[in-house]
Design a protein around this ligand. Structure first.
Ligand SMILES: Nc1nc2c(c(=O)[nH]1)N[C@H]1C(S)=C(S)[C@@H](COP(=O)(O)O)O[C@H]1N2
Ligand SMILES: [Mo]
Length: 258
């Protein structure tokens, strides 16, 4: 814990001195409108510094069975009404195939049986939602790294996009379909899994059946449920409204580190 505190303290110091730099510069330039641009550039720099400083490979804290929350509160979509999703649900996901495509050498379409045969991991972690609640759950799922290796990422792949089966907001252009994206550091993190079990039971629909992402170093909205397709991309600016995720398209940060 003190590690985290130190890191935060360091970051605060780094952020403050960058801020001071920006303010110092503003003093000299007075109310020049260009100063505003400078400050926002400095903020961008602070974010980049944080990204460099935080150890992206460190593990998220894991808990004991005694810590598991009695109820893992479902949030956002809890019962998608999308026709394709309903059809899969009716058949018990027998025809469901996890599609892996985009910048890969070998596009895949894996049945749930095939996904469960991949190298797996079980972890008890805490989920933090920006709405101000947390829950501790035990997740079992296929490790994303080995799955991606099976498809073979092309050299120019930089992000993995998770296309989900639910429409969270009705829009005219389809941009209300849930999606998320992570970079390859998170994709290959050992705790990043496509979970098919919650608390030793088949993943409930409310929590994202049949597969949901767990990317444990990030906030709740990054944990994509109802994952239908993984797309490896070089850049996500052409997808939906271009910010890398449903909530990111509505103003949230793309990197939601905790
Ligand atoms: N497909 C999809 N994934 C989603 C959401 C959603 O509405 N649809 N909500 C997100 C948010 S904000 C949170 S907090 C978690 C909630 O996961 P849970 O329902 O298992 O608690 O899922 C995230 N992933
Ligand atoms: Mo959330």
């Amino acid at each position: 814990m003190s590690d985290t505190t130190n890191r935060r303290g360091w970051l605060k110091a780094a952020g403050a001195s960058l801020g001071a730099l920006a303010l110092g510069a503003c003093d000299k330039i007075g109310m020049d409108p260009k100063a505003v641009g400078f400050v926002s550039k400095a903020e961008g720099l602070t974010r980049r510094v944080q990204r460099l400083v935080i150890d992206r490979k460190a593990l998220a804290r894991e808990f004991t069975p005694a810590d598991i929350s009695p109820v893992f509160k479902p949030n956002g979509s809890i019962s998608p009404s999308d026709a394709d999703y309903r059809a899969h649900l009716l058949k018990g996901f027998a025809d469901y195939r996890l599609v892996v495509d985009g910048l890969v050498e070998r596009p895949l379409a894996l049945s749930l049986e095939e996904v469960s045969a991949l190298p797996s991991r079980t972890q008890i972690t805490r989920h933090d939602c920006v709405e101000g609640w947390s829950a501790i759950g035990k997740w079992t799922g296929a490790r994303l790294g080995p799955l991606l290796d099976k498809a073979g990422l092309k050299k120019n792949a930089r992000y993995i996009v998770f296309h989900c089966g639910d429409t969270l907001e009705e829009t005219l252009d389809g941009s209300g379909q849930y999606y998320e994206s992570i970079d390859l550091i998170d994709a290959y993190h050992p705790q990043t899994i496509l979970a098919y079990q919650l608390n030793d039971k088949t993943l409930p629909v409310a929590n994202g059946a049949p597969l949901r992402l767990r990317v444990e170093r990030q906030l709740g909205y990054k944990q994509a449920k109802y994952v239908m397709r993984l797309e490896a991309v070089e850049d996500f600016s052409h997808i939906s409204r271009g910010n890398g995720g449903f909530w990111e398209d509505r103003g949230y940060e793309w990197y939601a580190g905790i």
